[in-house]
Design a protein around this ligand. Structure first.
Ligand SMILES: [Zn+2]
Length: 405
């Protein structure tokens, strides 16, 4: 932990400061203690980053990391080393009933930084991903229990960084009009941002957006679903989305297994809806499918014409700022030594959206090193597979309804 490291001669790209130059980075006691063109290596363990890209540890603002406690959960400590993601924002995997287990069994022991948003539903996402049970977490609105959220707040206070609501038919059925105001109230009580997921209606996106204010987060912004799409039938941005943008609602990609369409993204971007964060919505059923990891999603945005600087900004300081964490997603003297080292490959690869539409990504990022709080995060093999597939019966049922996770 207290090892002194010198990452030598890499291209340091830090959008928060505008830095893009060849530099040495010195690390001691979990902090960055030197940033200069040449630092004396004596007393340091040297990592040669010649020809590689050095960036702040990535911040993925939409993940599902409650492995063992939910079917969807993936083990951040196993995906982190191959992806450069040092900050994992878990979006509503746990509810008041299951938060204690998440905190003690997963968040505390992790070598990475897992930041939880708590689900409005008492049961969180314990049932999600099991289509044979097929009961959304808010099919019964009594699970939206504010007393229980107050109890968790009293116990865990500032650990909880946000409230999450899945406002789509598969999660809350027809209960949108009841649970939307309760989600607003919950975020007010906890004094944290509210993140709302949109998908298949009901509720439709126009009913959802009024509950989000400046600093809150809309996720799955380029999803192609009926009623939950940011575009109208003429592929124009809906007025409700323009209003949300104007009042400062933050826009999160949340790629997921069913929530990203290249066609929607291109049209929405042309209409002025840019993401404030590029995130995966990684979970056990898409980790071996269209999501894989954050660098894979970043390659899709490089294929859409985003610059490397833009893509790094949207996975470092921009999501950190949404979280109100100016200590994360940047490389500063005296700051947290969260870093990722990538090889930038210019061999084109095929990438796909959630609908299976393919594009060529001209550039990909291959993670060579992940460092969190100055500690090298080694590969971990606990003998457990992270990926899961729906059984063929279940996936057919999910496809018919068109409302997988
Ligand atoms: Zn999600």
């Amino acid at each position: 932990m207290s090892e002194r490291l010198l990452i030598r001669n890499g291209r340091l790209l830090d959008p928060s400061s505008g830095r893009d130059e060849i530099l040495d980075v010195a690390i001691a006691d979990g902090k960055i203690v030197g940033l200069a063109p040449h630092i004396d290596a004596s007393g340091y363990h040297v990592i040669d980053a010649t020809g590689a890209l050095v960036v702040p540890g990535l911040v993925d603002i939409h993940t599902h990391a409650y492995w063992g406690g939910t079917l969807l959960g993936v083990n951040a400590d196993k995906v982190g080393p191959r992806s450069g993601v040092t900050t994992w924002v878990d979006c509503g995997s746990s509810g008041a009933a299951t938060f204690e287990g998440f905190f003690h069994h997963v968040i505390k022991p992790s070598r990475l930084r897992i930041i939880p948003f708590i689900n409005l539903s008492y049961i969180g996402l314990t049932q999600a991903g099991n289509l044979s049970i097929d009961v959304g977490e808010l099919f019964d609105w009594r699970f939206a229990d504010l007393r229980e959220l107050r109890r968790v707040r009293a116990e865990y206070g500032s650990v909880i960084a946000g409230v999450k609501l899945r406002a789509s038919n598969n999660a809350c059925g027809a209960n949108g009009p009841v649970v939307l105001p309760l989600a607003r109230e919950a975020a007010n009580i906890l004094e944290v941002p509210l993140m709302i997921h949109i998908g298949n209606a009901p509720p439709i996106i126009d009913e959802v957006l009024p509950y989000l204010k400046a600093g809150d987060i809309l996720t799955h912004i380029y999803n192609p679903s009926v009623g939950g799409c940011v575009l109208d039938q003429r592929m124009r941005l809906r007025p409700s989305v323009r209003e949300a943008l104007a009042r400062g609602v933050k826009m999160d990609l949340g790629h997921g297994g069913a929530s990203f369409s290249f066609e929607v993204a291109q049209a929405a971007i042309e209409e002025g809806l840019l993401p404030d964060a590029i995130s995966t919505d990684i979970y056990a059923h898409n980790i071996e499918g269209v999501v894989k990891d954050l660098p894979h999603i970043m390659a899709k945005f490089l294929s859409l014409g985003f610059s490397l600087e833009q893509v790094i900004r949207l996975t470092t300081c921009s999501p950190a700022d949404i979280l109100g964490r100016p200590d994360l997603g940047r490389v500063e003297l005296g700051g947290e030594a969260d870093l990722a080292v990538f090889h930038v490959r210019h061999d084109p690869v095929q990438v796909h959206d959630s609908l299976g539409v393919g594009r060529e990504a001209p550039t990909t990022l291959e993670c060579a090193l992940t460092l969190c709080r100055g500690q090298i995060i080694d590969m971990l093999d606990d003998g457990r597979a992270e990926g899961r597939t729906y059984s063929s019966d279940q996936s057919r049922k999910g496809r018919d309804r068109g409302d997988r996770k």
